[in-house]
Design a protein around this ligand. Structure first.
Ligand SMILES: *Cc1c(COP(=O)(O)O)cnc(C)c1O
Length: 480
């Protein structure tokens, strides 16, 4: 089809998509050594062709603006356009090397955002300099390392990570120079305390946890866990990538966590997926505050200052202040929702998840049948006689214009189907999703081949995933 073509394939020599007015400024000569020897290989297309091309490309994609997107452990929520609009304002197009006195407004936004995140999380101080969740984890672990080193406690080379943790946790521990030690989960997905006791010792730098954990269960023994880890001389790191369920309800700082990161691009109003831009602020308890990376924004006598010296800082982990536009969006969102209403974010995300879980558990296998927080995990269809897998269900959902939930993660269940409906979805949307999930379960019983052959309505049908992973074609030229 014409619209399936790459923009290079519809290119026609000599065609232009622009017409620039004559400025009357004479062309300045460019030194021959700097000139191209051949024209740049760019598509030559009209404005209308360009517009159609990108519009059609966008239709092939699935985004939160197209339909329901219940991606577990990834909080795909609707982010109001006003936040984007504010961040795009000209007032924020400033240079990071401008003197502090000329960017007081931006520094105030930075400072106030840290302060609000502190209040929501119970950690005393934040840096907003890190670019992503995984980057925040690395920064947090570097702080953990420096804390132990500064006390001359050099034996602590290991970080505990539960088996249900997000893959970035053990990866960050390795990058930060730690060895990660896995602890097994209980049947309900929570940390096995006896297992934990076994690994605690004077070689443990700390533990990385997320609570509610990756299967959506609240770690009820968190206070006991915190006490055990602290007694052993370790610190507690909280992976706060998805903070929805806790907002306005509970705070990691009150649970005993010393360090945490938050993903602004999951919980605080920046769309995510596709690689950014993101922001992964890191919060710490007061005793670790001096380790936060440079530059630090400070407030003295109603004036905001930028401290590039911060002698105890772990160093500088970003150019300047990280993705400041993402911070502006988060700040707009924080002020729009307001202190009084944050608990509704937490409560509605939890209510939505439990409503779906209860409405489908007669047809889908629910390994942990308990009240969940913002997400939960099915272990595939309950009736496995037709051998319809989680992958088949996920593919069939595409035919119903629903983005599939997270599949085959966490690794603790074989047929994991992890559902997270954020607080921004209406009951009608959720009911429609439940009806579709029930229909797919019915199809799996009456016509399993239909489900196994899905999807039928998408731009490409079922891909050969092994081939795509081993032999990815990522260059246009490879196609010819
Ligand atoms: C998304 C996520 C991360 C990583 O965040 P990135 O910004 O993608 O680096 C870490 N932990 C959990 C639980 C997550 O969901």
């Amino acid at each position: 089809m014409y619209y399936d073509k790459l923009i290079f394939e519809i290119s026609t020599p000599g065609r232009k998509g622009y017409s620039l007015p004559d400025t009357g400024i004479p062309a300045a000569p460019i030194d021959a050594s700097l000139q191209r020897t051949a024209p740049a290989e760019l598509p030559e297309v009209s404005e209308l062709e360009t517009l159609r091309h990108y519009t059609n490309v966008s239709f092939k994609n699935f985004g939160i603006e197209k339909g329901f997107y219940p991606l577990g452990s990834c909080t795909m929520k609707y982010n109001p356009k006003i936040n984007q609009d504010i961040a795009n304002r000209e007032a924020f197009q400033i240079h990071p090397l401008q003197p502090a006195s000329t960017v007081q407004g931006m520094l105030e936004i930075y400072y106030e955002t840290q302060r609000i995140l502190s209040e929501l999380s119970g950690l005393d101080t934040f840096t907003l300099n890190s670019y992503a969740g995984a980057h925040g984890e690395l920064v947090g672990l570097m702080i953990m390392k420096k804390y132990h080193e500064d006390r001359g406690d050099l034996k602590r080379t290991k970080v505990i990570v539960p088996d249900s943790a997000h893959g970035t946790n053990p990866a960050s521990a390795t990058v930060a120079g730690f060895e990660s030690v896995e602890v097994k989960s209980n049947k309900d997905g929570t940390v096995h305390i006896e297992d934990l006791k076994q690994v605690l010792g004077d070689d443990i730098a700390g533990i990385m946890l997320t609570n509610p954990n990756t299967v959506g269960m609240f770690e009820k023994d968190i206070l006991a866990i915190a006490e055990l880890v602290h007694e052993a001389g370790g610190l507690l790191y909280y992976d706060g990538a998805n903070l929805n369920p806790l907002l306005g309800v509970a705070r990691p700082g009150d649970m005993g966590f010393d360090i945490m990161h938050i993903n602004l691009h999951k919980t605080f109003s920046t769309p995510h997926g596709g690689g950014g831009p993101g922001s992964g602020p890191v919060g710490v308890k007061a005793f670790l505050a001096d380790y936060l990376p440079r530059p630090v924004v400070k407030k003295e006598n109603d004036q905001y200052t930028i401290d590039y010296d911060a002698p105890d800082a772990i160093g500088q982990i970003s150019h300047f202040f990280g993705n400041i536009g993402v911070v502006v969006k988060a700040y707009t969102y924080l002020l729009t929702v307001g202190k009084e209403h944050f608990s509704e974010v937490g409560k509605f995300s939890v209510l939505n998840a439990n409503y779906i879980k209860e409405s489908l558990k007669d047809l889908y296998e629910l390994p942990i049948d308990d009240i969940c927080k913002h997400e939960f995990v099915f272990n595939g269809l309950k009736d496995k006689s037709a051998h319809v897998t989680t992958l088949d269900v996920a593919k069939r959902l595409l035919d119903y214009d629903v983005h599939p939930p997270t599949i085959y993660f966490p690794l603790v269940f074989k047929e994991a189907l992890m559902i997270e409906p954020p607080e921004t979805e209406s009951k009608q949307t959720i009911d429609q999703f439940i009806a579709i999930m029930r229909k797919v379960a019915e199809e799996a019983k009456t016509d399993p081949d239909l489900v196994k052959g899905a999807p039928y309505t998408t731009v490409v049908r079922r891909l050969d995933e092994a081939q795509a992973a081993r032999n990815p074609i990522v260059k246009y030229r490879d196609l010819t």
